[in-house]
Design a protein around this ligand. Structure first.
Ligand SMILES: Nc1ncnc2c1ncn2[C@@H]1O[C@H](COP(=O)(O)OP(=O)(O)OP(=O)(O)O)[C@@H](O)[C@H]1O
Length: 268
């Protein structure tokens, strides 16, 4: 029987990870990670460098085969190698990798059209172009960016182009790996606002890896903390901040955290 995808509104969890184990040789990265991503939330994923945030995202996306555990994405078994099921998961997930991962020899518009060509090969070229233009504008880029090469854009604009491509297929589930890394504070705040606006307007669920405390305070509904090879907490920020764990205390109660918290409180 063909795999069935539950509508986002009916899915109890958009992503469900249980008992995830990832090892590289002797190195244990994950040892029993459990995590739920709920419909309509922005979940921030934090943890020290090397704690396994990217490996977790890659496992969920099926880009890495974990050593043990189960992963469901939109109710589908993300570890399955069934090509139809893989396509269904891919079709419903947008991904913005840290470096944007744009094809450097293609224009922004052509980059956005890559998934459209793969999944909507029957659409006339002019429609695909119009759809790409819509996504470019949705991501906050000027219309003329569509004909530019990634090398002709600033870092912030390249992130937006990557976001436009991630949104090309109108996925209900969006994965963002350090979206504000490398942006200046004003650009980063603008990108945070864009993510929040799009999430609300399009009803997206967002899995967001970040080191950026401002992003956590500004837009995340819940925060998952990766430490000691596990998710040691997954809760609203004010609860996670109180956790009696050395990394959490250092991260959330250092001077940078105070600045981010004050900025957030000052903005309200
Ligand atoms: N393909 C690989 N081969 C060997 N080791 C790997 C591989 N991918 C990741 N690792 C190791 O797994 C650990 C977790 O890596 P990961 O990239 O998930 O960390 P992270 O939490 O995203 O870190 P950062 O915040 O620095 O980006 C690291 O020690 C890394 O060296």
């Amino acid at each position: 029987m063909a795999a069935q995808l539950k509508p986002a509104s009916e899915a109890a969890t958009m992503v469900r990870v249980r008992g995830l184990v990832n090892r590289f040789g002797e190195q244990v990265v994950h040892d029993g990670v459990d995590l739920d991503v709920r419909p309509g939330e922005i979940l921030g994923v934090v943890g020290g460098s090397g704690s396994g945030k990217s490996v977790l995202m890659r496992s969920i996306l099926g880009l890495r085969r974990p050593d043990a555990g189960s992963i469901e994405v939109l109710g589908l078994d993300a570890r399955s190698e069934d090509p139809d099921l893989r396509r269904m998961i891919e079709r419903n997930t947008g991904v913005l990798f840290q470096d944007g991962a744009l094809f450097s020899s293609l224009t922004v518009g052509e980059n956005v059209q890559v998934p459209l060509k793969e999944y909507h090969a029957d659409l006339p070229d002019s429609w695909r172009y119009e759809l790409a233009l819509l996504k470019v504008k949705l991501a906050g880029l000027p219309a003329d960016a569509i004909n530019k090469l990634p090398s002709q854009l600033s870092g912030g604009m390249r992130k937006r182009a990557g976001l436009a491509r991630a949104l090309a297929l109108d996925p209900p589930l969006l994965f963002l790996d350090e979206p504000t890394a490398g942006l200046d504070p004003i650009g980063a705040a603008a990108f945070d606002r864009l993510i929040r606006t799009l999430q609300q307007a399009l009803g997206l669920t967002v899995f967001l890896i970040t080191h950026d405390l401002d992003t956590l305070y500004a837009i995340c509904d819940r925060v998952a903390v990766l430490a000691d090879h596990k998710v040691i907490a997954c809760a609203p920020l004010h609860e996670v901040e109180q956790l009696d764990h050395p990394w959490v205390q250092e991260y959330f109660h250092g001077p940078r955290a105070r600045g981010a918290r004050d900025a957030r409180e000052g903005g309200n």
